[in-house]
Design a binder for this molecule. Structure first.
Ligand code: SF4
Ligand code: SF4
Length: 109
C-alpha cells in the first residue's frame, strides 16, 4: 500500500450485537430508572469527586449500556456517595442509590 504519511485510527464503533449486556439487564431489573438517563451530564458537572478523580455517573451509565463494564466501573470507584448528583438529575434518577446497586451487581467493593 502507498505510504501517504499518515494512518487511519482504529474505529471506536461499538457493535451492540456483540456487546454482552446480560449484567446490565440485571441492573435494569434492580434499578429500572437507569433507562431514563438522557446523558445530559448534570450529575457529572455537579460531582465533587469528579474534580479529583474520573468519577462520572453519566459515563458509567453509557459504558454499562454498551457492555464495557471494566471501563464503566472506573467512573464510579471514586464516588463518595454524597448524593449531590441525585439532587440535580432532571430525570429524577436516584443516582446515589444507582451507584450502590452497580457496586452490588458488578461486585465492586
Ligand atoms: S443527571 Fe441524570 S439524566 Fe443526566 S446524565 Fe446524570 S443520570 Fe443521566
Ligand atoms: S454521589 Fe458520588 S457521583 Fe454523585 S455527586 Fe456524590 S461523589 Fe459524585
Amino acid at each position: 500500500m502507498a505510504d501517504f504519511g499518515y494512518s487511519l485510527t482504529p474505529s471506536s464503533r461499538i457493535d451492540l450485537n456483540k456487546a454482552d449486556r446480560e449484567t446490565f439487564g440485571k441492573l435494569v431489573k434492580l434499578e429500572p430508572d437507569v433507562l431514563k438517563c438522557m446523558a445530559c451530564g448534570s450529575c457529572t458537572a455537579s460531582c465533587t469527586a469528579g474534580v479529583y478523580t474520573r468519577t462520572s455517573i453519566r459515563s458509567a451509565i453509557l459504558y454499562l449500556q454498551n457492555g464495557r463494564e471494566k471501563e464503566a466501573l472506573e467512573f464510579i470507584k471514586g464516588c463518595m456517595l454524597c448524593g449531590k448528583c441525585t439532587i440535580v438529575c432532571p430525570r429524577a434518577i436516584n443516582t446515589r442509590q444507582l451507584v450502590l446497586s452497580i457496586c452490588k451487581i458488578y461486585n465492586l467493593k
